[in-house]
Design a protein around this ligand. Sequence first.
Ligand code: NAD
Length: 208
Amino acid sequence: MRNQDRTPRAVIRRLPHYLRALEDLRRKGISKISSGQLSEQIGYTASQIRQDLNHFGGFGQQGYGYNVDNLYQEIQRILGLDHSYRVVIVGCGRLGNAIAAFTAIYEEGFDIAGVFDSDPGKIGGDIEGHPVQDVAKLADFLAKEHVDVGIITVPADAAQSVADTLREGGIRGIWNFAPIDLQNLGDLPVENAHLSDGLRSLIYYVND
Ligand code: NAD
C-alpha cells in the first residue's frame, strides 16, 4: 500500500534509516528480528517502529518479530525503490563528479540520463563516461527524454534558474546541493542536501 499523502513526512524520512539497518542485518545473514532488537539496532523505540510500520500495514508477527528480507522488500516498495529512475546532473564540478561516481545510487536503480554544465571548457568532455552537454540544451533534452529526478550541483546563484528549467521540463523531484532555498516550485518534491547545516548543528553539541 502506498500511502504517502496521509503518512507523516517524519515517518517517510525514517524509512531510509530502516532500510540501512535491514541492509546491515541482511549482510550479517540475520533473517528475523524482534521489534526490541530492531529498536536497539536503530535507536528508535520499539513502539515508534511499530507505529511507523503500521502506517503501511505492520509487517510484524506477534511472537516472531519481523522477517528481515520481507521487511526490507516492503520498505523498498513503499519508497518506490523497487524500480528504476532516470536522473540528470546539472553542474559537473567537484560535487557533480562525486555524485556521478557514487556507485550506490546505481545499485538503487538510478540511471544517469545526462549531465550538463555551462562551462565551454567542460562541455564535450565527460564525467564517468557521460558526455557533458551544454545546459542551454537542458530544456530541449527534457522535452525529448523521460527524466524523473534533477540533481543540482551548480553554484548557489545559478541554482534557481536550473530548478525552474527542471520544473518546466516536467521533472518529478529535485535533489538540491546548492546552499539556497529554492522558490516557486509549487508542490514539486525537493530534497535539500545542505552539508554545511549538519556541520553547523554539530558545533552546537561540540560546545554544549
Ligand atoms: P564547482 O565550482 O566545482 O562546480 C560547479 C559547476 O557548476 C561548475 O562546473 C560550473 O561550470 C557549473 N555551473 C555554473 N553555473 C551553471 C549553470 N547555470 N548551469 C550549469 N552548470 C553551471 O562547485 P562544487 O564544489 O561542485 O559545488 C557545487 C554546488 O554544491 C555549490 O552550490 C556548492 O555550494 C554545493 N556544495 C558543494 C559541496 C562540496 O563538498 N563540494 C558540498 C556541499 C554543497
